[in-house]
Design a protein around this ligand. Structure first.
Ligand code: MG
Length: 180
């Protein structure tokens, strides 16, 4: 069945978590890294001790952070696969400190998916206002002004394991969860 599929960017197709780890190692080696598998809180800065939180935030506000994020393994292939039968949109919420983030999200899409995908970007703080059949997103709970039209399918991550009442997937098993 044809669907409008909204796909989140950070933590779903762009490896934000690895970017933070790499940035901390490079710029703030005094910060003890929290490994990916031990991540329990969605907002990464909030899981670090208070004295390190400004450093963590500064990593993802640095120029080049978003542009240089690695694709999540399997994501680009999955998008190409889903795109054959569905209308795919990249639905991403930019940082409020937008100065590097907004431009670099566009650059990331062009560099990793190609120019035609730039037209598929939807930048929005409130994803409930987007129309679609499903939203694939790693954020545990997505709230906004209205009751959304889409079903939120969780992109499974260590920090959203407490959510039990939603379908979840990753790029290795998505075929079993959504029909191509
Ligand atoms: Mg995300």
């Amino acid at each position: 069945m044809f669907m409008i599929v909204l796909i989140d960017m950070d933590g779903v197709i762009a490896d934000f978590e690895q970017g933070v780890i790499d940035g901390l190692r490079r710029f703030y080696s005094e910060v003890p890294i929290i490994p990916k598998r031990e991540r329990k809180i969605f907002h990464v800065d909030e899981q670090y001790p208070r004295e390190y939180q400004p450093l963590v935030r500064s990593v993802y506000q640095l120029p080049g952070f978003y542009r240089n994020l690695k694709p999540i393994v399997g994501s680009l292939e999955a998008l190409a696969d889903l795109e054959k039968n569905h209308d795919i949109r990249i639905c991403t919420s930019p940082l409020t400190v937008y100065h590097n983030c907004v431009l670099e999200k566009y650059e990331w899409v062009e560099n990793n998916l190609g120019e035609s995908w730039v037209k598929r970007i939807m930048l929005m703080k409130d994803k409930t206002l987007a129309n679609g059949d499903i939203l694939i997103d790693d954020k545990p709970n997505i709230t906004g002004s209205i009751s959304p039209s889409w079903e939120h399918i969780l992109y499974s991550a260590p920090y959203n394991q407490e959510i039990k009442n939603r379908r979840r997937l990753n790029w290795h098993n998505y075929n079993n969860v959504i029909k191509i």
